[in-house]
Design a protein around this ligand. Sequence first.
Ligand code: ATP
Length: 199
Amino acid sequence: MYLKTLTLRGFKSFASATALRFEPGITCVVGPNGSGKSNVVDALAWVMGEHSAKSLRGGKMEDVIFAGTSSRPPLGRAEVTLTIDNSDGALPIDYTEVTISRLMFRSGQSEYAINGDTCRLLDIQELLSDSGIGREMHVIVGQGQLDQVLHAGPEERRAFIEEAAGVLKHRKRKEKALRKLDAMQANLTRVQDLATELR
Ligand code: ATP
């Protein structure tokens, strides 16, 4: 499995559709200061579901949409598509190539798709969760983040280890199951109240 292409349109400084093609192995992105290298990394995190504007180096999520320049008006939407080569079947889906897309409007509404089919963010998270990539995996190490890891307290360090061990997915499922259980308990209490009233 490897990242094959990343297409940006209206995302940060990439107003026009821009496709980046990667090969297996190491890729270096080089360019002058302010040319958009970090924006490429932001796009990767964003398409995998990042929803913290701060992590994307902005003040609000809308800041990911092209804000315009002196020669070009602002755009109303940002779109990023990531194509992953899945010929080794690392992702649990019957496709040798998988595309993940995210589209966002200025209203803040986001739409996600897997291979062109609209889906929930949760579907993307589940698809990527065993692959070692994904928004909540520490696969994107930003400037200054190594310091954060080295100075992490015991709780934070434990969270890093849990992610590396793949516990995160099960923790999320457990939290979801507990929420359902709570709702079920509330319903049960309500039914018992009604039964008491009817006696
Ligand atoms: P450095 O080497 O200095 O770290 P870089 O190549 O990583 O720079 P980026 O931080 O990716 O550069 O890009 C910064 C550029 O992106 C700035 O010129 C900034 O104006 C532009 N930019 C960021 N957000 C937007 C936006 N929403 N609309 C238009 N341009 C944007």
